[in-house]
Design a protein around this ligand. Structure first.
Ligand code: F6R
Ligand code: ZN
Length: 192
């Protein structure tokens, strides 16, 4: 007889992103993102306080095998390093052809995407926005508002994370505050 996995339900607080029974809560501080912000002087100055930039609540530890899904929430706190808004590290999926679905729950954010040949795409995420990360696109989320930016993510369990490519090259463009509004500008640190 085949063995079937038991179905289950996870509760998520849609305002805060808190998952009370999360299997992992990962907190990422500025030090964890060292070198990723464009303004190195501002980054160094803020490193003394080493603020919490975001946290990820993972709802499941479903097996990392083809056909399975995992899902999580991410809360990015408001703030900037120089003019650049707080963001997530950003990654390609280790298995590049794995897609992902994001849904905005609270606050105001941008989803910054980059194709492997350096094409940039930006999606504005507010509560209810369902944003699709197609296969192969690197993705980073950014809090461009004054409140917490919270979103839900669902992705293939075996997708994995390639952070190194982003650490090495960055994104071709970054999101900074200009005249009180978010603006997309070239990344001075971008390595083609
Ligand atoms: C999973 C995914 C999200 C992010 C999370 C934190 O594939 O895209 O759950 O992992 O938003 O961002 P990173 O992983 O870039 O620190
Ligand atoms: Zn992802």
């Amino acid at each position: 007889m085949a063995e079937y996995m038991t179905p289950f339900t996870t509760m998520i607080n849609l305002n805060t992103g808190v998952i009370p029974n999360a299997v992992v809560v990962q907190k990422r501080y500025l030090r964890d993102l060292e070198g990723l912000f464009a303004d190195s002087i501002a980054e160094d100055a803020l490193m003394i306080d080493n603020p919490l930039l975001y946290e990820v609540h993972e709802a499941t530890e479903n097996p990392m095998e083809e056909g399975q899904l995992r899902y999580s929430t991410t809360t990015i706190y408001p703030g900037k390093v120089g003019d650049e808004y707080f963001f997530t590290k950003g990654h390609y999926h280790a298995i590049g052809n794995r897609a992902e679905l994001y849904m905005g729950l609270a606050g105001d954010g941008y989803l910054l995407l980059m194709s492997p040949d350096g094409e940039i795409n930006v999606q504005h995420m507010t509560p209810g926005a369902m944003s699709y990360v197609p296969p192969f696109w690197a993705h980073r989320t950014i809090n461009v508002g004054k409140e917490n930016f919270v979103f839900f993510a669902c992705y293939p369990s075996d997708a994995g994370y390639d952070y190194q490519s982003i650490a090495d090259k960055g994104f071709a463009q970054i999101v900074v505050e200009q005249d009180g509004k978010p603006a997309l500008v070239s990344n001075p640190k971008w390595v083609k």
